[in-house]
Structures are given as C-alpha cells and as structure tokens.
Design a protein around this ligand. Sequence first.
Ligand SMILES: [Zn+2]
Length: 350
Amino acid sequence: MSSGADFCTEVAGGRLTSLERPFLRAGFTVTFPLPGVVQICAAPELVTGKTEPAALRGRLLLSAGIHGDETAPVEMLTKLLSVLKKHPHQLAVDLLVVVGNLCAIAQQKRYIDVDLNRLFLPECSRSADADASGNTCPQFPEQLRAKQLMQIVQLFFSGNGAKWHLDLHSAIRDSVYPAFAIVPGQRDAVWLDWLGSAGIAAVILNTLPSASFSSYTASYCGALSCTAELGRVSAMGHNKLSRFSVTFTCIASLLRCGALKPGITEGAMPVLFRVKHEFIKKTAAFAFSFDDSTCNFTQFAPGTLIATDINTIYRVGSVTEYVLFPNAGVRVGLRAGLMVVAESQDRAVS
Ligand SMILES: [Zn+2]
C-alpha cells in the first residue's frame, strides 16, 4: 500500500495503475488508453436492475495538470482518487481521469513547447496529422497529446447521460476570488448553482470560441464544463488544500451520488462576469499600466488606461472592468489577458 505522498507522486507521473485492482474487484471496467489517463466505467451487469440503463449513467471527466506547474489540482485529484479507491463501490458515475501535460509536470513548467490548453481545436488535431505526414510545420508533443485527448474524450462522452467536465487549474497570481471558473458554452443554471455551492465564488461566462480543454468538451461533446482556478500556483506539497475543502467535498459527492446535488454552501450562486475584451500581444512593446503584483479581478474605473501596444491603447469603457490573467510577458501573437465586466454589478467584490 503506497502512502499518500507516494500516490501523489504516482498520479503526477501519470502512473494510475494502482486504481485498477480495487475497481475491477468492485465490478467496474478499467482501461488506460494513454499514460496519465484512466477510464473507470460501470460494467453492464453492474447497472442491471438499477433505474438507469448504463447509457444514461452520468459521465464525469476530471482533469488536472494541463499546465504542468499547477500542482494544487494534482494534489486534489490524488486526494479524491485515494478516498474513492478505498470505497470503489460508491462510484456512481462513469469516470475519466486525465493528468494532462506529464512532461511539463515532471519539469515543473507550465508547458514544454506550446501551451496545451490552447490546442483543443479540431484544426490543431489536423495540423498534428499533417506533421506526422512529414510536412514542415512543427509537431510538438503537446499537439499530439491534445489530439489524443480529444479522441478519447469524444468516445467517453458519446452516450446520452449527463456529461460533466471539471478541468482543475491554479492561477499564476492572487485573486480577489480565491476560487473561480471560466464556464464555456450556454448558461446552465443548475451547473452554475452547483459550482457556487462547490465554493466557486465567481464565474466568467464565455460564449466565444476558445481552444481550451473545457471549451472543447462543451462545444464538441455537449458537456457542462468549466476551467476551475483554485488558488495560486505553488510547489508540490506546499498547497493549502484545506482552503478548498468545500470544492473537494462537492466533487467527492458528485462522484458518489452521480448528480449535481447542492453542496453545503446553499444559495451561493457565483458572481457572474462576461468577457469584454481580450488582449492579444501584437508587438514586443505591449505593456500594462499596472505592475505584476496586480490580482485577478482587480477593478478599474471607466476611462482608466489599461494597456498600450505600438499603435493602440486600451481604456476601460463606460462601466467598471476587472482584469483577468494579465501577463505582458507572453510571446507576441498570444493572449496577454482579459477584461471582464460583472453581469450583476452590485454583487462583485470591490
Ligand atoms: Zn492553468
């Protein structure tokens, strides 16, 4: 029996085989389609006699480590799996676990060549094919990983039951809201309510196309999905997971009951934001008007100068705006941050 720390090392390394025996014994089918990926599904005989046919059993994708330096989500995933494998009979959903960028996790980097969370588009998959055929455009391991993960999640989510995807991250900087989420696709009140009860205090609704993992599962698999940001990046073993115990409890409950039951924080609908502006760094001259210590969701009054690039400036419009993920250090051509506006101005923290 491995200790908690050993199991965390195994999960971070994508070695998930210790889950096989307990779930097989409990009558599940367990497959490992890729390193760092395990699928645990109810065998047909396991659901016989229950009210829902196997095809209608809820499906949950839990992913972490899509960014290799975000260790808190890997620790939370480890904790969820270590509790679950002691009581495997309790698993009430078909479960797909993905530990995202294994090489980047091993090197404690956000990514090796390209940001994995910008590659979940069918076009990216096609360009990876082109590379394999010997074309000149470069094929990075992250492109191949994204392509393989898209294929696996498409298959996993091909049934008719409820579909959920929780992609667990942590942010580079502090945040006014310690736990928040980006929710792609159409607004779903039950999903938002559940996220609120799971301690997600703020949600950015994003209906714009995006190449993130959660956007892919929402757009192409019909899942209720989110990119959940849990606290700030720190080294493995130095995360204060107790800050996110409400989130942990709600996810553990979803695994056991197979439905979005409200958690212990009742009536905690998140504060809702929507994207007003996306900064694309056009030239090396791009700069924000504030320093690197500025928190996510810092608010700026109408008219405030926010960013300058070689021929453009950005000022806040007619209502208060909040900055998210500001990072002037990204490569030219990439997203340097977002400005969001509150849907419910009165509830946003000022
Ligand atoms: Zn991340």
